[in-house]
Design a protein around this ligand. Structure first.
Ligand code: BG6
Length: 483
């Protein structure tokens, strides 16, 4: 296991991801006592910066909720240094390794533990993975782990190519592919929720569940990243990865154990059971200027190709062909520039058809991933008091009111902690990645090919493209106004 005197190197240290996510997560772990003060952290990137400038750059993003945590900032920064070097030349890596070895020698380390975090754009990704292996890996003397960030290719072919380059260098056991949704508290909660509650287990199937929806709504557009997003689109950005990951945990069979491989085996099984997506039955959109004219449309971004058909919204119905889920409509939907920022899972249960309460609301279990983590079940109860009529209410587990004393880590904190502990459960395995691309690639080819539909425009701040309600209904989701 990684413990004392671990080396952490963040490549791409001057970039946005490192500044906003990786370093704040490392600080968060340090602040909460999950990162030993004996570690050494290197930032590595091409930009010219002194150690001091580098520390000043990352510091504003640290969360310091208490007086005491403020004092920890400088202590953590003292563990960090910066190295400016090229990605494609050996020198930088050699200098880095010299410095790492000097540190390890000084601490009397005999089995080096080194964690390399690639917060890098795809263009330099494989170069760095190769060079790190060649110049910085401790070999059989110690342990190395390589953390990589999406995009893992842009379709099945490119994902396989990337994997073919990585596999000879880094074993699957050394690789940690991050999907940060797997580090979110309520997503981590899905396995215990499903397999530690027998009452849920009994009704978690097509006899009782009538529809499943997983949605990711963001209240902002692609401002500032339009050029990048234009080659990606909403499916690659958040659906093929984040939403599909959530879906697998929500619907997979019970793993034979709690081990990472057992869990990932079940996720792969589930992915393989998803029917090919129906190209003709999806809803795609792109946001236009807001109704009051204050917020820009997607195409107003100068970095976006004029006339781009890139989709910023998609609702994708799918079906799982196994005994548990056959016939249950499942919808994944995600969009930018919508009316609210919210990620939630909705599981609707069948109506009670017989007996004395035939016209009451459906039960619905809602798992709110963000903001404000919660789980609530829409239940029918007698109106409190003299009335004997039935009303809908929520059996409500809102984390902020139930767990005042608990610290809920940021997704990246939770995942880096897993890497330090060598736990692969919440990372994407190679075969899992392949099946997920196999599922989405035909749809992406269609959407981006000559037959691809024009996205339906929706104004910035809308609930989605206008036909949304009808589309959801047609695909089995009944919105019950009484709830
Ligand atoms: C990223 C996407 O993977 O996830 C972004 O590239 C998106 O476009 C983000 O905004 C959403 O993550 P979160 O944690 O803010 O919900």
């Amino acid at each position: 296991e990684f413990k004392e005197n671990t080396i952490i190197v963040v490549f791409g240290a001057s970039g946005d991801l490192a500044k906003k996510k990786t370093f704040p997560a490392l600080f968060g772990l340090f602040r909460e006592g999950y990162l030993s003060p004996s570690v050494k952290v290197y930032g590595y990137a091409r930009s010219k910066m002194t150690d001091e400038e580098f520390r000043d750059r990352i510091k504003p993003y640290f969360e310091t909720p208490t007086e005491k945590s403020l004092e920890l900032v400088d202590k953590f920064l003292a563990l960090c240094s910066y190295e400016q070097a090229a990605y494609d030349e050996p020198e930088g890596y050699q200098v880095l390794t010299k410095s790492i070895e000097a540190f390890e020698a000084e601490r009397g380390v005999t089995e080096p533990h080194r964690l390399f975090y690639l917060a890098l754009p795809p263009a330099v990704f494989t170069t760095v993975a190769e060079k790190v292996k060649q110049y910085c890996h401790p070999g059989s003397r110690g342990l190395a782990r390589l953390v990589v960030e999406k995009p893992f290719g842009r379709d099945l072919k490119t994902a396989k190519e990337l994997q073919a380059k990585l596999a000879p260098l880094w074993s699957e056991n050394e690789l940690y592919r991050i999907d940060h949704y797997l580090g979110k508290e309520m997503v981590k909660n899905l396995i215990p929720l499903r397999f530690a509650n027998s009452f849920l287990h009994a009704c978690w199937n097509n006899h009782y569940i009538t529809s499943v929806q997983i949605s990711l709504k963001e209240p902002f557009g692609t401002e500032g990243r339009g050029g990048y997003f234009d080659n990606i689109g909403i499916i690659r950005d958040v659906i093929q990865n984040h939403l599909l990951q959530v879906l697998t945990l929500l619907t997979m069979e019970r793993p034979i154990s709690g081990d990472a491989e057992a869990i990932r085996d079940e996720k792969v099984h589930l992915l393989k059971a998803i029917k090919p997506l129906d190209k003709k039955n999806i809803l795609v959109g792109q946001y236009s200027r807001s109704e009051d004219g204050k917020k820009p449309g997607y195409l107003d971004d100068e970095t976006v190709k004029p006339g781009s058909k890139c989709i910023t919204y998609a609702a994708i119905p799918l079906e799982i062909c196994n005994e548990r889920w056959e016939g249950v409509p499942i919808i994944l939907r995600a969009g930018k520039a919508l009316n609210e920022g919210k990620v939630e899972i909705r599981i609707q249960f069948k109506e009670t058809k017989n007996g004395i309460y035939q016209n009451v609301s459906r039960n619905e279990l809602v798992i709110r991933v963000q903001p404000n983590e919660a789980m609530y079940m829409k239940m029918n109860i007698k109106i409190p008091g003299v009335s004997t009529d039935v009303t809908v209410t929520d059996l409500d587990l809102t984390y902020s009111s139930r767990y005042k004393k608990f610290y809920i880590p940021q997704a990246y904190e939770s995942l880096i902690r897993d890497v330090l502990n060598g736990d692969h459960s919440r990372f994407v395995r190679d075969d899992e990645l392949e099946v997920s691309w196999a599922l989405f690639t035909p749809l992406l080819n269609y959407l981006e090919g000559p037959q691809g539909p024009d996205p339906i425009l929706y104004p910035y701040g809308a609930r989605g493209p206008e036909p949304l309600s009808g589309f959801l209904e047609k695909n089995g989701y009944v919105y019950d106004a009484r709830g």
